[in-house]
Ligand binder design. Structure first.
Ligand SMILES: *[C@@H]1O[C@H](CO)[C@@H](O)[C@H](O)[C@H]1NC(C)=O
Ligand SMILES: *[C@@H]1O[C@H](CO)[C@@H](O)[C@H](O)[C@H]1NC(C)=O
Ligand SMILES: *[C@@H]1O[C@H](CO)[C@@H](O)[C@H](O)[C@H]1NC(C)=O
Ligand SMILES: *[C@@H]1O[C@H](CO)[C@@H](O)[C@H](O)[C@H]1NC(C)=O
Length: 602
């Protein structure tokens, strides 16, 4: 009961809501429109629409109403299954978008992304262009085909338009309708074939409100159009990756856009190549945080020393040459403490790593792999305590692996393979308890695989092949429960294989070939290897002895037991390996008759 005047006033203000609550939750015509939309959905495996019943449609999942009048203003049903790159997965809605949605006259926001609601003709429905109150439209990842309807230019209130595809069969020969969207801030047409449109920058330049443009993989063959006057002064993000640009990098129109924070030209080598060096104008793009020019055929970085906001620099997969020290000195000094990712993978940099690398103290990812770097790892590297990924593989680095790497306790992935590192693996490396990936292969490391390795329980990938390791395989490897790949091949390891390796139920590939291992392998060694697909025990002095009625827990595709003692009888368990595509049982002492399937398979 209302006692005070103000409470009565409050109750009166609420009356429209109360009125429609009495009428059944939400506006009946809009509820009917949503139910008709529901009817158009033929499959909903993830039960996304399970809550779509009852009177109050404003409470249905994905539906939001204007809280004053009760009109539906938002329909938010993106398919957010973990692998966002594949539409049409089990969690997707299938069917069509019903024209009934036209009754939602107040709808401002519609997100049906990553769902298969493409109907029978699989074109973007034209009626969407009559939903004039839309401010936000996200149809990304819906597998539409055909032409993008220019009628979308009727949606003059749009601020956010995402038609991005991925594996699109959509195209557009005219995007001038975009200029009728004067409030547009976000535009993604990622994956839509725009190859027939020549002056796309001129069109976009008529929409000064734009903050984000994603035209990745649009079959664009040039970005060198001239823009006499730049209106795009609010543009923060420009993604032109995976196009077909074939002109000098410096002649591109976007170098004038000093508001840019994110620029990606990645992988522009489809048929054409960009070429040349980054232009001096880049020096004025002081807001840039992310610059991705990987695989652009870039041969020289430009003057970037003013880019004090830089957080991610990707120059990978280019034909850049020169001393790594010169390159690193050219990186903005003011950003040394801010840079999070530096990727120089797959260039032809030479020289030794400078000690001042330690000043890049915020780095979480450093990839210098596949260059021609020499010398040893500088002690300065110990300062990079935020590193999660360190890739120095495929260089000519030498010396010992510095003990200090064991202090980089954030590391998740460490790859030092294919270098000339020598000496023992430093024991402090076994402090890196977050490591999931460790590759020290193809070096000249010696000494034992220490028992402390059992502390790295997060490891899924452990390969130290082609070194000079001696000693025996520690039973502690059996503690690495997440291991999927283990390779110690091509070393000088001796002794028996510990049966504890048989505990590793996630192991997919095991390679211990070409060592000096000896002893007997029994059922216990294989007891839990349920996931095993490949095993190589060849070129050792091992004997495999299992009972004739033993059933292996795995179904192998690859097995190499060459030179292991298996015979003289063809063992029953080998007969279970019917899915196998590679089997080497040479020099195994078999003198028996081979089973019939063997001759069918090979
Ligand atoms: C949309 O735009 C087209 C021209 O682009 C126009 O003919 C049409 O009347 C507009 N309105 C609707 C509701 O489609
Ligand atoms: C884009 O369209 C053009 C012209 O129709 C065609 O030649 C080209 O192959 C298309 N590109 C892709 C990636 O489908
Ligand atoms: C943007 O710049 C062009 C010149 O490139 C000019 O003709 C046009 O009127 C401008 N458009 C807007 C919307 O400001
Ligand atoms: C950088 O900006 C300044 C000031 O706007 C301008 O004078 C200069 O020409 C620009 N530099 C380049 C290389 O474009």
């Amino acid at each position: 009961s209302f006692t005070s005047f103000s409470q009565v006033g409050h109750a009166l203000a609420l009356q429209p809501q109360l009125a429609h609550a009495h009428g059944g939750g939400c506006i009946p015509a809009e509820r009917a429109a949503l139910l008709a939309f529901h009817k158009g959905i033929t499959s909903d495996n993830a039960s996304v629409l399970a809550s779509w019943h009852g009177h109050d449609c404003c409470r249905w999942r994905g539906v939001s109403c204007n809280n004053r009048i009760g009109h539906v203003i938002k329909l938010h049903l993106p398919n957010t299954s973990p692998d966002l790159n594949t539409y049409g997965d089990a969690n997707s809605l299938y069917g069509e978008i019903s024209t009934s949605l036209l009754s939602l006259k107040h709808l401002e926001h519609m997100d049906l992304s990553m769902n298969c609601l493409v109907g029978t003709n699989s074109h973007i429905p034209q009626f969407l262009s009559s939903m004039e109150n839309l401010r936000y439209l996200n149809l990304c990842g819906m597998p539409f085909t055909g032409r993008v309807p220019s009628q979308l230019g009727n949606l003059s209130k749009l601020q956010h338009l995402d038609l991005g595809q991925g594996y699109s069969e959509m195209y557009s020969a005219d995007i001038t309708w975009l200029t009728k969207l004067p409030l547009l801030q976000y535009l993604s047409m990622n994956g839509i074939n725009l190859s027939r449109i020549t002056d796309w920058p001129g069109t976009l330049n008529m929409i000064p409100s734009l903050r984000v443009i994603n035209l990745a993989a649009c079959s664009l063959d040039t970005a060198s159009q001239s823009l006499p006057y730049l209106n795009l002064t609010k543009l923060e993000k420009l993604d032109l990756s995976e196009n077909n640009l074939g002109h000098s990098i410096a002649s591109s129109w976007f170098w004038k856009v000093t508001s840019l924070k994110y620029l990606s030209l990645r992988l522009n080598f489809r048929a054409n190549w960009l070429f040349g060096k980054l232009p001096d104008a880049l020096g004025n793009m002081t807001s840039l945080k992310v610059l991705d020019v990987s695989a652009t055929n870039l041969n020289k970085s430009g003057n970037i020393e003013n880019l004090c906001s830089l957080e991610v620099l990707d120059l990978s997969k280019n034909p850049m040459i020169g001393d790594i020290v010169v390159l690193m000195e050219g990186l903005p000094r003011c950003a040394r403490g801010k840079l999070l990712e530096l990727n120089l993978h797959g260039n032809e940099f030479t020289g030794a790593l400078p000690n001042f690398i330690g000043e890049f103290s915020s780095l979480s990812m450093l990839d210098l792999s596949c260059n021609n770097l020499v010398g040893s790892i500088p002690t300065g590297l110990r300062n990079l305590v935020h590193l999660t990924i360190l890739d120095l593989d495929w260089n000519l680095l030498n010396g010992t692996i510095p003990t200090e790497i064991g202090d980089l306790t954030s590391l998740v992935s460490l790859d030092l393979s294919e270098n000339k590192f020598s000496g023992e693996i430093p024991t402090r490396l076994w402090n890196l308890v977050r490591l999931t990936y460790l590759d020290l292969s193809m070096n000249q490391l010696n000494g034992n695989v220490p028992t402390e390795i059992g502390a790295l329980t997060a490891l899924t990938y452990l390969v130290i092949f082609s070194n000079n390791l001696t000693g025996s395989i520690p039973a502690e490897l059996g503690k690495l429960k997440h291991l999927t790949i283990l390779s110690l091949k091509d070393n000088k390891i001796t002794g028996p294989i510990p049966p504890e390796l048989g505990y590793l139920k996630n192991m997919v590939g095991l390679d211990l070939s070409n060592n000096n291992l000896s002893g007997v392998i029994t059922e216990e060694h294989f007891a839990n290897l349920k996931s095993l697909k490949g095993i190589d025990l060849s070129s050792n002095s091992l004997r495999i002895v299992v009972d004739s009625d033993w059933h292996s827990p795995f179904s192998l595709q690859f097995a190499d037991f060459a030179s292991c003692q298996i015979g003289p009888l063809f063992p029953a368990w080998l007969q279970q390996l019917r899915g196998i595509t590679h089997l080497d049982i040479s020099s195994t002492g078999l003198v028996d008759k081979f089973p019939g399937w063997f001759w069918y398979t090979f």
